[in-house]
Write a protein that binds this ligand. Structure first.
Ligand SMILES: Nc1ncnc2c1ncn2[C@@H]1O[C@H](COP(=O)(O)OP(=O)(O)O)[C@@H](O)[C@H]1O
Ligand SMILES: [Mg+2]
Length: 456
């Protein structure tokens, strides 16, 4: 064992050794305290050096963090710019005007079509909706304060929807909606051309149904008039023969009796056929006049439905379809009979053309019920019905499953417009494939008195 050189005792004396250990222990303690004090003293070289190390380490770490943040920021900016460019490209590719307003109602972005549609200049981003509304209304449609307030409210609630007709003849369809974060997205479409086409198509469909009616009239009247003509010719012939006999002064009692008998028979048939023709002319005239002129008058609904059915006889006659009608016979309406005629005609034609396609034993049921407040018309057929995805589109103008086969896709659109706009009612359609179709038409009844129900 080696001993330290500066041992201050006898190495063989245990007590001396213990004293020496205690002495050295004290020295170490003193030294340790000294070191601790140095560490805590910021002015000491040792502490400074250590602080420098710590600071350097901190600076290096923060620099690294900042560099990382900078790279993330660059990436985010790039992604945001790409997203913005894409959004810009997307909204400029949309044919409709598009605008996005922030929760503070200021314009955040819009496309060129939006600017063009309302005649705005290039620097409108940041403008408030109200300012833009004022600017547009000077140019297109003056609004009174109430109208303006309603428009503003609708916009702010994200419920601004509707067709607007401007003083320059333009029609614009507006659809606005609120996003989850309180912005308003608006789509603005110039539908002037579409409205013109629809009006034109509506006129055409009216003319076509009038045309069908004329063909029906001609067809129906042809039969009784033909019979009457034959009878009259027969009478003419008999009269000529009898006149000859009479002129020759050779009239026998039996000649006179024969002549009188045929006169009796033939005038009977002549009268009944002419009456039939006259009746038909009368009812067709009613339907036809109503269809073209849309006049309001008082009429018995049950009788009127019968007249409509008469005008549809040519279409129904060649088939075995059954039409049953249930309507209180005392029900008198003050309304537009032409509208009822058009609605029922379109529904029946659709049952024949679509519902009963390829079959001959269909059943149509028309049930009319009246209570104090409303008139309900149920129209049912037991035809092939419609798949769900088509039902949604049934009232859309130009929706038809018979394009190129005579379908215009306007029949149900007209029914819808007449029901909702002209008669102020609602129409609802229930159907499924192979389950027939049922339309429920509810019309508010503005009672004039107990007997007459005013609908308009
Ligand atoms: N009674 C019905 N049964 C089955 N489908 C019908 C019936 N009525 C209408 N439809 C469907 O609705 C579509 C739209 O009808 P409509 O507007 O009258 O146009 P169109 O008769 O010219 O096709 C039809 O093409 C047809 O597919
Ligand atoms: Mg149709």
């Amino acid at each position: 064992m080696t001993l330290p050189d500066d041992l201050r005792c006898d190495p063989t004396d245990p007590a001396g050794l213990l004293a020496e250990i205690a002495r050295r222990d004290r020295i170490i303690n003193v030294l340790m305290n000294q070191v601790q004090r140095n560490l805590n003293n910021p002015d000491s070289d040792f502490a400074l050096l250590q602080t420098t190390f710590v600071l350097e380490e901190e600076v290096r770490r923060r620099t690294e963090e900042l560099e990382q943040a900078l790279r993330a920021l660059e990436q985010a900016t790039k992604a945001a710019k790409t997203a913005h460019d894409r959004l810009d490209a997307a909204i400029s590719a949309i044919a409709e005007g598009v605008a996005l307003f922030g929760p503070d109602d200021r314009l955040l972005l819009c496309n060129e079509t939006y600017r063009r549609l309302w005649g705005f200049g290039p620097n409108i981003v940041g403008a408030s909706f109200e300012t833009l509304l004022d600017e547009a209304s000077v140019r297109y449609k003056r609004m009174d304060p109430l109208q303006k307030q309603q428009r503003l409210d609708a916009h702010r609630n994200g419920t601004g929807t509707g067709q607007y007709h401007f003083s320059n003849g333009q029609y614009v369809q507006i659809r606005e909606r609120k996003t989850a974060d309180g912005c308003i997205v608006g789509l603005y479409a110039d539908i002037t051309e579409l409205v013109d086409i629809q009006a034109e198509a509506l006129r055409n469909e009216k003319l076509a149904s009038l045309g069908r009616l004329v063909v029906g009239v001609a067809h129906e009247i042809n039969t009784p008039l033909g019979i009457a003509l034959t009878a009259a010719s027969f009478l003419d012939e008999q009269t000529r023969i009898f006149s000859g006999v009479f002129a020759a002064n050779q009239v026998r009692r039996s000649d006179l009796e024969n002549y009188l008998r045929s006169l009796d028979e033939v005038t009977g048939s002549l009268l009944s056929n002419l009456r039939r023709a006259a009746d038909q002319v009368k009812s067709f005239k009613l339907v036809a006049v109503d269809q073209s002129s849309d006049a309001e008058r008082t009429f018995n609904l049950r009788d009127y439905i019968d007249e409509i059915m008469l005008s549809l006889r040519p279409q129904l006659k060649k088939t075995n379809h059954i039409v049953s009608i249930s309507c209180p016979s005392s029900l008198v309406l003050r309304s537009f009979p032409g509208v009822f005629s058009q609605i029922i005609t379109n529904l029946v034609m659709n049952s024949l053309v679509h519902g009963f396609e390829g079959r001959d034993d269909g059943h149509i049921e028309i049930v009319v019920e009246r209570d104090e407040r409303k008139l309900t018309v149920f129209y049912r057929d037991n035809g092939k019905g419609m798949p769900e995805e088509d039902v949604e589109k049934i009232y859309e103008p130009f929706f038809t499953t018979k394009r190129g086969q005579g379908g215009s896709g306007l029949g149900m659109h007209i029914v819808y417009n007449l029901t909702t706009q002209k008669l102020g009612g609602q129409i609802d359609c229930q159907t499924a494939p192979m389950a027939g179709i049922c339309f429920t038409i509810r019309l508010p009844c503005l009672a004039e008195d107990d007997d007459v129900c005013r609908i308009a």
